[in-house]
Design a binder for this molecule. Structure first.
Ligand SMILES: NC(=O)c1ccc[n+]([C@@H]2O[C@H](COP(=O)([O-])OP(=O)(O)OC[C@H]3O[C@@H](n4cnc5c(N)ncnc54)[C@H](O)[C@@H]3O)[C@@H](O)[C@H]2O)c1
Ligand SMILES: N[C@@H](CCC=O)C(=O)O
Length: 542
């Protein structure tokens, strides 16, 4: 085979289609939605390149129309998880030995297939199965997924190019080996892009993977797997298992060849997994890599110099896009008393204009929350708040699950800055606001920093530069992604590497070289051209 020092195409962010009223993309997307509505799709496990039907048949439904069945998947158990691990281990040697640029070409092809042939179907599956409106689906299932694929290939090249210096007569090299064993990708419901990236990133670096998606994201996960295979991903490199989380965990975390976990999901689940790995630590061949991006209680803090309109828009978009089901969603806000009347007025007016309903009606800004469990959790916070003397409902507060799991965008005003909804992750369309005296800016910053265990995203709104700098300093450890005069959601691959610290995760920044570094185990090689043939130092007399 001929050689070369290859340069991957320079990545640029995938342009976001707007789906305007009479646009061609809108009619294509509507067609894809209608086609999917009129059929039922089966999703099966893919192990060693073969489909496998588990024993338990599970219906996939629309969150905004829960009686509508989109299709079924077939859940397996421990035996299938063990088979997936065997398949990953069997595929490892050939995949790890494939030249990296050939591995890269597979993921670049998957990006192009996703940007063209499968774009509308990826979006439509995400709209129907996860209840995202067209714009939210486009920035996730199309753009972010495509960006992950193209930028990761670029970062992989950057990592492989990083080499040590050599001295005369010696050539030092660093080989970026994949981990010794298999990687487990355990993925959440809320982003199709994240579900695809968690198995794809370690696979790009030469690892073989067992991937277990969330039960409420299987509908789009099945298509991601089809795209990767059509792009040329060899059998066994990524093995899709559909299984119960704890049951799969029992097999994975007790396996001697378990080499790492790439997780995104809730903090509680991640902490359980970490404990589980700790208990098994002596059984593993190597120390497993533990990469987890988890929950958030993301803040917006405004100084009295802030622009009230920009602040209110940042609050609405940050808190209510995708029904607040983003780990980055604004869920607690600190507003100075001098700005509150203007902010309250605009919040009420804007929220009154928001439409809520199914995703196929493009007038709806807000859609349904993911499932009955999420509906029950979110509405229990609202019901409790209604009874609390410390809370006033400023907007929303109603919910209805008769057709879909609908919860109105809800704004709570509290007099208690440590009221439950200022502290705990709700993961739904609920924003709690605390109004502080303008003179208490310093104390408020300390409050923002200490109120919650999380440190994922945060936003500071201020026109006064000294106030902005002061807030940035006090809140240095309160967010892994900090926004100045902008909403705290919507990180873009290559532009705002994403991840948080404290209880929000290991902050390994998905979609950046920092993340890819976790999936390699470097070997240093020193080659001496003319080897010494006498043990004596030159200064020793012969
Ligand atoms: N920080 C980030 O980048 C980021 C991004 C997206 C979502 N999130 C977080 O994810 C959560 C929402 O996603 P979710 O509801 O799918 O999360 P989740 O923790 O319920 O599920 C994540 C995955 O873990 C599996 N799982 C659940 N319980 C398990 C257990 N006991 N043992 C093993 N596996 C188990 C699930 O089936 C799923 O595949 C929120 O907390 C959100 O903040 C974080
Ligand atoms: N990366 C996304 C959040 C992913 C979590 O759910 C954002 O920045 O809004």
């Amino acid at each position: 085979m001929s050689s070369g020092v290859f340069q991957v195409p320079t990545p640029v962010n995938e342009p976001i289609l707007q789906y305007g009223a009479n646009s061609a993309e809108r009619s294509k997307l509507k067609q894809a939605l209608s086609d999917l509505r009129n059929q039922q799709i089966d999703v099966q496990m893919r192990i060693a390149g073969r489909s496998l039907k588990g024993a338990k048949k599970v219906a996939m439904t629309c969150p905004h129309d829960h009686q509508h069945v989109l299709g079924h998947y077939y859940e397996g158990g421990k035996a299938e998880v063990a088979q997936a691990i065997d398949a990953a281990l069997a595929a490892r040697s050939a995949w790890a030995s494939m030249p990296w640029e050939d591995r890269a070409a597979i993921f670049l092809k998957a990006a192009d297939l996703s940007a063209t042939k499968y774009r509308m179907q990826l979006n439509a599956r995400t709209m129907l199965g996860q209840s995202k409106n067209a714009y939210q689906a486009e920035i996730d299932a199309a753009c972010e997924w495509i960006d992950f694929l193209r930028f990761n290939v670029h970062y992989a090249q950057q990592i492989y190019s990083e080499q040590p210096i050599s001295s005369p007569g010696v050539w030092n090299r660093l080989e970026y080996r994949p981990l010794e064993g298999f990687v487990y990708a355990l993925t959440p419901f809320n982003f199709t892009a994240i579900a695809g990236n968690l198995p794809a990133a370690p696979a790009l670096m030469g690892n073989t993977v067992v991937w277990k998606p969330s039960p409420t994201q299987v509908y789009s996960a099945g298509l991601l797997m089809e795209i990767l295979e059509e792009a040329g991903l060899p059998a066994g490199v990524i093995n899709l298992v559909l299984a119960d989380g704890p049951e799969a965990g029992e097999v994975v975390f007790s396996h001697r060849d378990f080499a790492g976990i790439h997780f995104t999901g809730s903090t509680g689940v991640f902490q359980t997994i970490w404990k589980n790995i700790g208990q098994n630590i002596a059984n593993y061949k190597s120390y497993p890599r533990i990469v987890g991006e988890t929950g958030g209680k993301d803040f917006v803090v405004a100084h009295s110099s802030a622009d009230a309109k920009a602040l209110t828009t940042g609050l609405i978009r940050g808190a209510f896009e995708y029904q607040g089901q983003k780990c980055s969603a604004a869920s607690r806000a600190y507003v100075p008393a001098s700005l509150w009347p203007a902010v309250e007025k605009q919040l009420k007016a804007d929220l009154a204009a928001i439409k809520m309903g199914g995703t196929e009606d493009f007038e709806n800004f807000v859609n349904a929350v993911i499932d009955a469990k999420a509906f029950a959790k979110i509405t229990s916070y609202i019901s409790e708040a209604k009874k609390s003397p410390e809370v006033t409902i400023i907007s929303g507060g109603n919910f209805d699950d008769s057709k879909g799991y609908f919860v109105e965008p809800t704004v709570l005003l509290t007099t208690n800055p440590t009221y439950r909804t200022m502290v705990e992750e709700i993961f739904g369309p609920v924003l709690t606001i605390y109004v502080y005296n303008d003179a208490d800016w310093k104390e408020t910053l300390a409050l923002v920093d200490s109120t919650s265990a999380y440190a994922l995203t945060g936003a500071i709104f201020a026109q006064d530069k000294y106030a902005m700098l002061e807030a940035m300093k006090v809140l240095e450890n309160a967010a892994g992604n900090l926004y100045l005069n902008d909403k705290c959601t919507g990180a873009v691959v290559g532009q705002q590497p994403f991840g948080g610290a404290r209880a929000s995760g290991t902050n390994d920044k998905a979609g950046s070289y920092l993340n890819l570094l976790r999936w390699v185990s470097p070997r240093t090689v020193k080659e001496v051209f003319v080897s010494p043939t006498d043990f004596r130092y030159p200064f020793l007399e012969k």
